[in-house]
Design a protein around this ligand. Sequence first.
Ligand SMILES: Cc1ncc(COP(=O)(O)O)c(C=O)c1O
Length: 522
Amino acid sequence: MPFNKEKRVQPSPIADLPLVNALEEYRRRRPVRMHVPGHGGNLCPCPQFMDGLPGLDVTELEGLDDLHNPGGVIAAAQEKAAGLFGARHTFFLVNGTTVGIQALIAASCDQNRPLVLPRNAHRSVLGGLIISGARPVFLAPEVVPGFEFATGFRPEDLIDGLRQNPGAGAVLAVHPNYYGVTGDLGAAAAICHRYNVPLLVDEAHGTHLRLHPDLPADALSLGADAVVQSVHKTGGALTQASWLHLGKAERAERGHPSCGGMSIAERGHTSCGGMSPTYVDRERVAEVLRLLQTSSPSYLLMASLDAARGYLTCHGRETLDKLLGWVHEAVPIINKMPGLTTLGTEHLGSSGTAGHDPTRLVISVRQLGISGHTAARWLAHKYGIHLEMSDAFNIVAVLSLGTQKSDIIALLNGLAELSCQTEQGHSPRSPIPLPAGPPIPPQVLTPRQAWLAPRRIIPLERSTGRVSAESVAVYPPGITAIYPGEEITPAVVEYLQQVRECELHQQGAADPKLDTIQVVDA
Ligand SMILES: Cc1ncc(COP(=O)(O)O)c(C=O)c1O
């Protein structure tokens, strides 16, 4: 048979596809999606992109440019994204904000250089510390009373951190956190620049902030020097698609960071020369991204960034206008339901917190006498409402560009029944006392040194005085109890024992039951 006459045979369905089948089953149930990715599964940020996705899955063909050395269409798309966000330059990322954070740490800090950051920073930071060899200087975060999750650090603690660690390579802040809460980032930027240190910002949850004046200000507007955003979370792109923006601020002087970490006045001289005029060197970041990102970047992910940028430019403001209107109607209704309280700026009093993004709907269920996990499971099973996150006290819905009014109505109905049923079945629970977290332990090795050292697993009870080879973060409040390279103090052991007894969620430990811990085998 000639080639052009050959019939295309339709393949018969393949049964043995556990992952494909599970996804298909999720889609078939037509869930109410209040989780990331923020396109909600039904928004077409750009129809010419969303139709026939597999046909667009290609590689670096003629005319399609090269992510690692862009000079054509990828460069043009990045430039447009930089224009929308007021950035000096924007890099497209195909391994999420994770790779952007790691690249920024590696580009700003060499071996042993201090990196100042909050103790509740995302776990992607650990990879950046291991790659660079930087020495973390942790700032204690604030905790929001009643909701019990960790937020930002206090500006005065940042000043102390920079004073005590001259030569810091960078400060890393999170803005906003998973619960939509922001710290005083403007103050942090001013402090960093006074000390001639770049401010790097993990804005994984804040791509949409710049698009609406009623939302907290975005990090670049507040003076950040480099910002990474998970466009897949709240900007409408496909999962894993992020971008990294560089800010435009220039150093007051071009001193090398080895004499940084002190204000110009404290240092007593003005320059030791040789640095880029801006705080984060674009070529250095490009080099590290070439090192860390795949050599086969997905055109689907990159094109979804271009499509999301186009959608945000043309429709971002009006879509957020609508969404914020629905949120403002929904919040007082939820607050009238017995046992439920939504998080608002009135709950944020400390100097480490400044604002809240209302599209992150955080609802405390504590007074219903159930945990957030129970409430989230109940909403999923009974109402098909899938939330982004739950913890011991709260549930968290991501309301995004893809959210429909019908989704919010479904949530209100579900919450009303939850409130009513649970009220009848339980008496309000008095606040569960959380075990008090231990003081930040002494650092013996850098995370890189601890990572590279031989290790062994020992019972938690016998680990006092040893150097940890792993990190354990406890939720709530979401603060790391022990980091690789730190001494396991009696307070850490006691705290982790309490965490085990209370069955709090932990992240990072190889042994999820916390019976054992990995230590450096010295
Ligand atoms: C605060 C924060 N930073 C960074 C990340 C990593 O982002 P990505 O999943 O895009 O790699 C996350 C992911 O949930 C996050 O919550």
